[in-house]
Design a protein around this ligand. Structure first.
Ligand SMILES: [Zn+2]
Length: 355
């Protein structure tokens, strides 16, 4: 009853606001306009639901959960005396592309995938005792390459031996080859709380106007990068890989995050960076050093790529049995049939994208 009263009260009185340089809109209004019901199961927690989606926001927190996956927003959700507010910026750059990818993401076939095993040569990456990060990113890349090749993808690596490759050179390799995806592979290390910090994180480019959410993240005044052109797609890819990693490895979901990493900034294709877990955590570290676990991790990454591919694949129109083009239509004399067929094709494309 209390929850009901709060919802009724909150929904009617929140007003748009300008907070710390950002336009904020009442979450209840946005939810109502998009067919989502709003509730406050706890004092500082707001939940939006309909039959397809469940979104969870925290008051004064940039932490959100979008259909079961943790996503870092660029700005914290806020509360005024009338109810919850959300930054329009986050609706545009995080919520909408993930909820309705077919409206925001241009379909494109994935043929070639560029894998980037982090570090190499003189750059060891994180070091825990005698365990060097560079020695685990490379075998993970090999495992992932083998699994992707079996599915028919072309796979290329930015390094296939223990050699040093400059950070900006890595996306450049993918750009020159015309790769369709760029996936950088890393393992993490915590400075403190080593026993408690564990779980994968997946990064994509920070939207223009926001600060990054990695620990050394730059501020919001950073200029646009090449990668910002495809930031919705990169977010969608990061989301599906993070979801698959957390679910299939039964690991703690440490969020889809944003960073302007040098290996992401100049990529001309959807580009992400996976931190597959924390070497500094005694339990997770042991798993990372185990080839069997890396095999499971590669399989989880593959599943994430395939889920992303389902959402972004162009419709295969001409040979599809549902829209077999009749000779009369091909002759170009039957305008009505052509129009009907175009509608059919369009409907089929939407179905393909939404599945
Ligand atoms: Zn690394």
């Amino acid at each position: 009853m209390l929850i009901f009263l709060c919802v009724a009260f909150c929904a009617g009185t929140a007003r748009a606001a300008f907070i710390n340089g950002q336009d904020y809109v009442p979450l209840a209004d946005w939810a109502g306009a998009n067919g989502l019901k709003i509730s406050w199961p706890a004092r500082n927690q707001i939940v939006l639901t309909n039959k397809n989606s469940r979104l969870v926001f925290g008051v004064d927190s940039a932490q959100a959960e979008i259909n079961g996956v943790n996503v870092r927003l660029s700005f914290p959700a806020a509360k005024d005396k009338g109810g919850a507010l959300i930054a329009q910026f986050d609706l545009n750059t995080a919520v909408r592309p993930l909820l309705w990818p077919s409206r925001y993401v241009e379909p494109k076939k994935i043929t070639t995938i560029c894998l980037d095993p982090g570090h190499g040569g003189k750059d060891t990456g994180n070091r825990v005792g005698w365990h060097y990060e560079k020695n685990y990113t490379l075998p993970l890349a090999f495992e992932l390459r083998d699994q992707l090749k079996k599915l028919g993808f072309n796979v290329m690596l930015t390094r296939s031996t223990d050699t040093y490759v400059d950070l900006p050179a890595r996306p450049e390799i993918a750009n020159k080859a015309g790769a369709d995806l760029f996936i950088s592979l890393h393992f993490n290390a915590a400075q403190t709380d080593k026993d408690t910090v564990h779980g994968p994180e997946t990064y994509c480019i920070t939207p223009v106007g926001a600060a990054s959410s990695n620990s050394q993240g730059e501020g919001a005044d950073h200029a646009a990068t090449v990668a910002n052109r495809l930031e919705d797609k990169s977010l969608l890819l990061a989301y599906h890989i993070q979801k698959s990693l957390a679910q299939n490895l039964h690991a703690e979901d440490r969020d889809v995050r944003r960073a302007r990493f040098a290996v992401l900034r100049d990529a001309t294709m959807p580009a992400i960076l996976i931190e597959g877990g924390y070497m500094t955590n005694p339990t997770e570290g042991k798993k990372i050093y185990d080839a069997n676990y890396r095999k499971q991790m590669a399989a989880a990454i593959v599943k994430g790529i395939l889920n992303y591919q389902k959402l972004t694949a162009p419709a295969v129109v001409p040979n599809h049995p549902a829209v077999k083009i009749q000779p009369a239509i091909l002759s170009g004399t039957n305008k009505i049939s052509n129009a009907k067929n175009a509608k059919k094709i369009s409907r089929m494309r939407m179905r393909t994208i939404r599945n």
